[in-house]
Write a protein that binds this ligand. Structure first.
Ligand code: FPP
Length: 248
């Protein structure tokens, strides 16, 4: 009998932290760290394609990151634009569906147009869904979900008493995808930092000191190995999980 297949997360969500420190340790401008970070993004996508991860969500730019020095924000915008110009055709060729979450209207029109084009080109792909969280904030996500439900109530299409977890879940980002099974944060901090607050409710959390630009397949594999031996109980007892199996 062949050994059981390792448990692979269907959905991996990552906070890519440590670009700035990676550059500062080399006495280079922070932007050099972000460029090295973009290379690590490609490595991570390759890894997910190879291991059969179905959804990869990357926190590329938070709602709070707009407050960084103007020159860093502007250089990051150039980096995103360049990546959209360079990488999307190759991602499409490899069967990757690209999606964006967050307040895209905050970006320059040229970037918004590239985002739409990338989503349209890759909409039919199913090998890996790559979600880029850009100008995203978990609290903002929840606030817009609450607003959408309030509008339904105001229009008479929904009763307040009918608002439950399922209705709220349907309004937050990534509602049509399985929630993240595994969350990774690089860079040594142990925080969620306003990432997918609703969606991470039962996600396994994994932290590493490795700075994002130093990411390699060994680090990612260590996270997957740890995930594979964790018991996910979703609020049930260990005995229940043993007899029923875990639920998503
Ligand atoms: C956090 O490191 C990283 C960011 C705010 C930007 C993330 C961007 C990339 C990884 C580059 C390319 C991404 C795509 C999707 C093309 P930090 O600057 O907070 O690092 P620090 O904590 O060491 O200062």
């Amino acid at each position: 009998m062949s050994p059981p297949l390792p448990r692979i997360p269907r959905h991996l969500a990552i906070i890519m932290d440590g670009n700035g420190r990676w550059a500062e340790r080399r006495r280079r401008p922070r932007m050099i760290g972000h460029r090295a970070g973009a290379r690590a993004v490609n490595l991570c996508i390759d890894f997910c394609l190879d291991r059969g991860v179905q959804v990869l969500t990357l926190f590329a730019f938070s709602s709070e990151n707009w407050g960084r020095p103007a020159e860093e924000v502007s250089a990051l915008m150039k980096l995103f634009m360049g990546a959209l110009e360079r990488e999307v055709d190759e991602l499409h060729r490899r069967g990757v569906r690209v999606r964006f979450i967050g307040q895209r209207e905050k970006f320059q029109p040229a970037i918004v147009q590239r985002m739409h084009a990338a989503e349209a080109l890759t909409a039919g792909n199913a090998r890996l869904t790559l979600v880029i969280a850009a100008s995203y904030g978990g609290r903002q996500d929840l606030a817009q979900a609450a607003r959408a439900l309030a509008e339904e109530v105001a229009a008479g299409r929904l009763q307040p008493a009918d608002i439950d977890e399922a209705r709220l879940a349907a309004q937050v980002a990534l509602a049509d995808l399985p929630p993240p099974d595994l969350f990774i944060r690089t860079g040594g901090d142990h925080r969620i930092s306003n990432f997918l607050l609703w969606q991470l409710a039962y996600t396994e959390l994994w932290f590493t000191e490795t700075l994002w630009p130093d990411l390699d397949a060994t680090v990612l594999q260590a996270a997957l190995d740890d995930f594979a031996v964790r018991e996910r109980r979703f609020g049930l007892t260990a005995a229940q999980v043993a007899t029923q199996g875990t639920c998503p």
